[in-house]
Design a protein around this ligand. Structure first.
Ligand code: NAP
Length: 339
């Protein structure tokens, strides 16, 4: 069983290495690929130094390819990887809206992964985090409408996003003017209500990803969703305020009880002791923190909640590895299973 990471030197690639070290996935060999710029670099995996290779133009001799080198690389090369016999778990948005490609959060729709034809898409990070919290509530109470406002970390734009926050903050603290290359405006001490490009309807592509992808993962095209996506000056972990209109009324206590039993969720909700979800506490955690659960003042019987999830983990690397584990546990991965 051979695993390859394409994009191993990036923000998601770094987390893939760490998550694979902890995972239950059985594999014998790990290959690392990135751009030609990184060829010859070494990265540590389980105490060993592994060498990074330039991504070849054609097939890669691996059973599972975890792709995190961006949409254009996935679009150009994934068909050849599949042709070469690999199952591709893709972190980019290249195939998410292809009806033949399953879009999977294992806790929500793991079985969809079993119907793959070589490529499985990993959802947008904001969507994956929300889906873990909202899907159990949808199953129990039927979500009719969902309004999301996001507070998204700079690492959502990759390593260069984090670098820009740190270098520009340093500049401001030393009396210099902050610039902006990755983001539309200087990010230190600011919030920017734009992630990705604006569409004709006035929503950004990031906001529409939440709409399209949540419906596909939850499997309900009738779900009404609206999102406002905002970049904030944190390093990692996306937070989201979510309002739900429900078909069957729910109390906050019912929601807490349900979410305490839900996979991938940590209920962190005790206002009396100031316990609620935050990037500070959710960073590095596999579970998505959910708290501030209260009855909506707008939708009768509806709920307001706040979630925080490490988007480099559940929103990317962890979810991808969990998909591979899910397939292997069900004997649905080619390659020899070690042990
Ligand atoms: N950051 C997130 O929160 C997040 C969450 C979910 C999904 N994603 C998606 O995951 C993907 C990677 O994101 P990231 O945040 O890890 O980006 P990143 O930090 O910018 O890393 C990009 C990776 O792609 C490699 N790469 C760039 N050009 C390449 C080429 N021509 N051939 C082969 N490899 C190439 C880079 O290698 P070099 O180091 O050699 O340049 C690097 O390893 C994107 O599709 C992104 O949308 C990101």
């Amino acid at each position: 069983m051979r695993v390859a990471i394409v994009g191993a030197t990036g923000a998601v690639g770094h987390e893939l290495l760490r998550v694979l070290e902890q995972s239950t996935l059985n594999f014998d060999e790990l290959q690392l690929y990135a751009s030609p710029r990184s060829a010859g670099r070494t990265l540590t995996f389980a105490g060993r130094e592994l060498s990074v290779q330039a991504t070849p133009e054609g097939a890669i001799d691996a059973d599972v390819i975890l792709a995190s080198a961006g949409g254009s690389i996935s679009k150009a090369l994934a068909p050849a990887w599949v042709e070469g016999g690999a199952v591709v778990i893709d972190n980019s948005s290249a195939f998410r809206y292809d009806p033949e490609v399953p879009l999977v959060v294992p806790e929500v729709n793991g079985d969809a992964a079993l119907a793959h034809r070589g490529i499985i898409a990993n959802p947008n990070c904001t969507t994956a985090i929300a889906a873990v919290a909202v899907a159990p509530l949808h199953r129990a109470f039927g979500v009719r409408r969902m309004i999301v406002s996001t507070y998204q970390a700079t690492s959502g734009a990759g390593q260069k996003g984090m670098d820009e926050l740190l270098t520009q903050t340093h500049r401001v603290l030393h009396g210099q003017k902050a610039g902006a290359e990755v983001f539309a405006y200087p990010i230190p001490f600011n919030v920017i209500p734009q992630i990705d490009a604006f569409g004709e309807n006035g929503y950004t592509r990031e906001e529409m990803k939440v709409v399209w992808e949540t419906r596909k993962i939850i499997g309900d095209e009738s779900l009404r969703i609206s999102c406002t996506a905002v970049r904030i000056p944190t390093l990692r972990t996306h937070a989201e305020a979510i309002t739900l209109e429900l078909e069957r009324p729910a109390t906050p206590e019912q929601a807490r009880e349900l979410l305490r039993a839900a996979a991938g969720v940590e209920v962190r909700d005790d206002p009396a002791s100031q316990l609620y979800p935050m990037p500070l506490t959710a960073t590095g955690k596999y579970d998505v923190e959910v708290g501030r659960i209260r009855s909506s003042l707008v939708f009768e019987g509806g709920l307001d909640l706040f979630v925080a999830g490490d988007q480099l983990l559940k929103g990317a690397a962890l979810n991808a590895v969990q998909i591979a584990e899910y397939l292997q546990q069900r004997g649905a991965l080619r390659g020899r299973v070690a042990g």
